[in-house]
Design a protein around this ligand. Structure first.
Ligand SMILES: O=P(O)(O)OC[C@H]1O[C@@H](O)[C@H](O)[C@@H](O)[C@@H]1O
Length: 588
C-alpha cells in the first residue's frame, strides 16, 4: 500500500536506486539519518495506521541521497502529525521499511517535544546562529530539555546499531545539528562504524560557542566522534576548528592539511576530516514540477494578476534569523526613495509555516502584517510619472502569503518574479536563490516578462531567461554564488532598498551575465553531486578503521577543566571510563 502523494502529477522515482551490495556500487549500505524521515503523512481512515505515507520530494536528506551508488536506508522520526499521534508497531516499521527503506525512531511525545522544541529550536538553533543563550542556562526546564536531547540522540544511535554492519562496508551519514551527539553514542557501541555528519546550519565563532557552558565541549566531542564533519562554508568549518582548539584542546597545529581540500585531525587515534561540501537543488525534480499543468496554470494566473508591474519575490521560513522584518522595512524605504516606482512594484512574500512555536514567531508575523499594511497605506495610489495613468491603482504593494504553499505554486512565483530578495541575518545556506534562478531559466516563456514597465525597458520584451538576486552576505549561498548576486548587509535597510532598485533597473547584459553565472553554478552543483563527494571523503576518512591502533591522548590534545552541566555529566563520566581503558572512541 502506497500513501497518497501530496501532488497529482507524476514524479520521477525519488528513492536512490536499489543496488545489491557488491553489484558494482560502493560496498555496503548507506544509513542516512536525520531528525525526520523523508516522508509526508496525511490522515487516512482507510489506512491500518491511520495515515497515508508518501515520499517528501522536498526533504533535503532524500534529495542529497540521489547520488549514492549504494543501497540507502533512512532512519528518523515520523513526519508530523504522525510522530505524535501514531501508535508504534512492528507492522508499521515493516511497512515503512519495505515501501520506502525507512526505519522510524519512535520518540515518545514528551521526549520529542523537549528534544526538538525545547533543546534544538530554543537553544541550539540560536546558538548556532551566533546568538548567546543567557536565559537558557538559568532555567530549570532546560535540564529536562538537555536530558531529552541526550536521550533522543542515544535512541537514534540504538536504532542504527540494530541495522548497521560495518564489516560489510555500511557507512552512516548523519544530517544536521539535531543529532550532534549521535556519533558519541554510536562509537561507544560500534567503535568501527564509519560515520559522517553534515551540518546544514551555520557554526558560530568560538567566542559565541563558549557561552554554551558545560554543553558546548560535549557537542564538539560528538562531532569529533564522527570520521567526517561537513559544512556549507569555509567560515563555518574554520569556526568549528577554532572551537575544537579552545574547548576540547585540539591544537590547531595538530590539524593536518589533506590533499582533497580538507583539514584532518587526529582524535583519539582516529582521522577526523573537516570539509566543505556544496549542496545544490535537485534540478530533475524541479523540472518535473515545472512541467506540471498546475504550475503552468498558476504561472498564468500570477502573470495576469501582476501584469504591468515588477514582481519581487521572497520565500522564507518564519524564523527570527530570516530578517523578514528588515526586508519589509527596506521595501518601505524603497518606496520612500523611489516615488516613480509606487504602484509599479509589488513584493510577494511567502512565509513557510514555522516548524517551531513561541512568542518570537508570533511577533514576527504581527510585525510583518503591520509593516505591510503601513506600506500600502502610505504609498498605494500615490504613483506618479509617465506610467501613472496607465498603471492600474494597486490594492496592495506588499502581499504576504502565509504558507503552506505547494511547490508547484512556489515555482510559478519564482518564474514570474523579476527579482528575488533574501535578507537573512544568519543562514546556513538558503537555496531559495537557487530555486528562483533555476525557475527563471527553466520556465522561461511560460510567464510574460514585465520588462516593459521598467525604465529603459519600455517597448522591449526582455527574455525571462534572466534573473536578479538580492542576497544577504550572511547567507551561506552568497559565498557560493559570488558575483552572481547583489550582496547586501541586511542590517542596513538603505542598502537593501538600493540593492532592490539596482536589481530591477540593472542593464540587461549585466543581469544576463549574473543569471548565467548563477545558473552555471546550479548545474555544476546539482543535489546529486553531494553524495559522491561526501561518500568518497567518508570512505577516505575511514580507510584505516580496520588497522587503527591507539596513538595516545598526548597527540595533539590537551584537556582543561570545564564545568559540566549536571545533565551532561553522564557523558563525561563515560568518557573518563573510556579513557581509563574502556572503549575509547575510535580505538581498535
Ligand atoms: O528547523 P528544523 O526543523 O530544525 O530544521 C533545520 C533545517 O531546516 C532546513 O529547512 C534548512 O534548509 C536547514 O538549513 C536547517 O538546518
Amino acid at each position: 500500500m502506497q500513501g497518497s502523494s501530496s501532488s497529482s502529477f507524476a514524479m520521477p522515482s525519488l528513492l536512490p536506486p536499489i543496488i545489491p551490495a557488491g553489484a558494482g556500487g560502493s560496498p555496503g549500505r548507506r544509513i542516512v539519518v536525520a531528525h525526520r524521515l523523508p516522508l509526508l503523512a496525511t490522515p487516512d481512515k482507510n489506512s491500518p495506521f491511520g495515515f497515508a505515507f508518501s515520499l517528501d520530494a522536498d526533504a533535503i536528506p532524500l534529495q542529497l541521497s540521489r547520488g549514492f551508488t549504494s543501497p540507502v536506508t533512512y532512519i528518523g522520526t515520523l513526519p508530523s502529525p504522525a510522530q505524535s499521534e501514531l501508535v508504534p508497531s512492528d507492522e508499521l516499521d515493516a511497512y515503512l521499511m519495505d515501501t520506502f527503506n525507512c526505519l522510524p525512531v519512535h520518540l515518545a511525545g514528551d521526549r520529542h517535544a523537549m528534544f526538538y522544541h525545547g533543546f534544538c529550536k530554543h537553544y541550539l538553533w540560536p546558538l548556532l546562529h551566533y546568538m548567546q543563550p543567557p536565559a537558557f542556562m538559568a532555567s530549570s526546564s532546560t535540564t529536562a530539555a538537555a536530558a531529552a536531547f541526550i536521550a533522543a540522540n542515544r535512541q537514534f544511535a540504538d536504532r542504527i546499531i540494530e541495522v548497521i554492519s560495518p564489516d560489510d562496508g555500511d557507512l552512516v551519514v548523519v544530517h544536521d545539528y539535531h543529532l550532534m551527539l549521535l556519533p558519541t553514542f554510536l562509537r561507544r557501541k560500534c567503535p568501527h562504524a564509519g560515520v559522517g555528519i553534515f551540518l546544514h546550519s551555520p557554526f558560530p565563532p568560538d567566542e559565541i560557542f563558549t557561552s554554551a557552558a558545560g554543553v558546548g565541549d560535549e557537542l564538539l566531542r560528538g562531532l569529533l566522534n564522527a570520521d567526517l564533519v561537513g559544512f556549507h562554508t569555509v567560515d563555518y568549518a574554520r569556526n568549528f576548528i577554532s572551537c575544537c582548539a579552545r574547548l576540547v584542546g585540539i591544537r590547531s597545529a595538530a590539524a593536518v592539511h589533506g590533499g582533497g581540500g580538507h583539514l584532518g585531525f587526529n582524535y583519539h587515534g582516529r582521522n577526523v576530516i573537516v570539509k566543505v561540501f556544496a549542496v545544490g537543488i535537485d534540478l530533475s525534480h524541479l523540472r518535473a514540477t515545472l512541467a506540471s499543468p498546475e504550475a503552468a496554470a498558476k504561472a498564468r494566473e500570477i502573470a495576469d494578476e501582476y501584469r504591468g508591474r515588477v514582481l519581487i519575490v521572497g520565500v522564507d521560513d518564519v524564523d527570527v534569523f530570516k530578517g523578514v522584518k528588515l526586508k519589509l522595512l527596506a521595501m518601505e524605504k524603497f518606496f520612500e526613495k523611489n516615488r516613480t516606482f509606487r504602484g509599479k512594484v509589488v513584493l510577494v512574500q511567502i512565509n513557510n509555516p514555522a516548524r517551531s512555536h513561541g512568542a518570537d514567531i508570533d511577533a514576527i508575523r504581527d510585525e510583518m502584517d503591520k509593516i505591510a499594511h503601513r506600506i500600502t497605506r502610505r504609498f498605494a495610489g500615490d504613483e506618479e510619472g509617465e506610467g501613472a495613468a496607465a498603471a492600474a491603482a494597486p490594492e496592495i504593494l506588499v502581499r504576504i502569503i502565509d504558507g503552506p504553499v505547494p511547490m508547484h505554486e512556489k515555482v510559478a512565483y519564482y518564474a514570474a518574479a523579476d527579482c528575488c530578495v533574501i535578507t537573512s541575518v544568519r543562514d546556513g545556506l538558503n537555496r531559495i536563490p537557487y530555486y528562483y534562478t533555476a525557475c527563471r531559466e527553466e520556465f522561461a516563456g511560460v510567464v510574460p516578462s514585465s520588462g516593459d514597465v521598467v525604465p529603459g525597458g519600455a517597448g522591449r520584451r526582455r527574455s525571462n531567461k534572466t534573473s536578479a538576486v538580492v542576497l544577504s552576505e550572511f547567507a551561506g549561498s552568497s559565498a557560493c554564488l559570488g558575483d552572481g548576486v547583489i550582496r547586501v548587509n541586511p542590517w542596513s535597510t538603505d542598502a537593501i532598498a538600493d540593492a532592490m532598485h539596482g536589481a530591477i533597473t540593472m542593464a540587461g547584459e549585466d543581469k544576463l551575465a549574473r543569471h548565467r553565472s548563477n545558473y552555471r553554478y546550479l548545474r555544476e552543483h546539482d543535489a546529486a553531486t553531494w553524495a559522491p563527494a561526501f561518500d568518497g571523503t567518508l570512505r577516505f576518512a575511514c580507510r584505516d578503521h580496520a588497522v587503527m591502533t591507539f596513538v595516545g591522548l598526548g597527540f595533539g590534545m590537551s584537556f582543561r577543566a570545564i564545568a559540566v552541566r549536571p545533565e551532561f555529566q553522564p557523558l563525561v563520566h563515560r568518557r573518563e571510563e573510556d579513557e581509563q581503558g574502556g572503549v575509547l572512541p575510535g580505538r581498535a
